[in-house]
Design a protein around this ligand. Sequence first.
Ligand code: GSH
Length: 271
Amino acid sequence: MVNNNKPLMRIFCYIPTPRIWKSSITARFIDVNIEVRGTKPPEIKNWLWDFDARPLTEEDKIKLADKTSVGRTGFSIKLYKTDEFLKAHPYGTIPAAFSSDGKIGVFESNSIMRLVARLKKKNNNIYGSNPYETSRIDGFLDASLIFARSSQKYLLSINNGSATLKIRNEAKEAYMNYMIGIENALNENKKYGFITSQNITLADICFFCEFSLFYREIMPYEKSDKITSIIKEIGPSKFKLSLKHFHKLRKHPLFKIDSKKYLDSIDKKST
Ligand SMILES: N[C@@H](CCC(=O)N[C@@H](CS)C(=O)NCC(=O)O)C(=O)O
């Protein structure tokens, strides 16, 4: 919960993850309340994937045995997804957001973040203040998803010890492409120091969260010393403004509630 008002939507996911921060940081900026339900990553497989997500009992596991499906991305085990969940979430992924009555499912962390931003109508330019600005922000969000696709493949392969140089180098190419645009935009907008306008928008929040997700690749990969960190290889001078932006946002009070522990722990493990 971000504040004490009635939540306007619910998100089910494992926690913590920067994918959820996209929404929680946005919610804090515009003072919209959202509910986040979930548990630590290794325990999420023991939850019922539903609007009314909750830990499964042994009885549930027997009763729902024919409702399981093997996860496609990030899960090699069976997950308990209800028919209602799959109706609302055709790709069956988390984070999974729902309208507060559970009737409408919204998927993809960028679109869930957009939903949060749209829930506040007045005095809100976090998603741009006219159709041109909003669409420019959308461009950055779309570009981030192209990067996210390769980075997810790379990060999951690190997690399960199957990383190869090919996967790593594809992620590097995606990282370079994404960061070049962020760096150019920050360079054009140096006067204000944000990606698209005079203030923080979803483009900055999305960049911060995508970079935070990727950041854990700076930790040493124990299985092979041939797979080295992309961020470290590129170094601090290539995307100077982007890295500065990331570290500035990291200190922002509305960001660090979510990110401090997570990022500090990566830093500690990478030295
Ligand atoms: N691009 C998506 C990624 C979502 C995603 O891939 N979620 C994975 C976990 S990291 C998932 O729910 N996998 C469940 C499955 O494959 O059944 C987003 O940002 O929301």
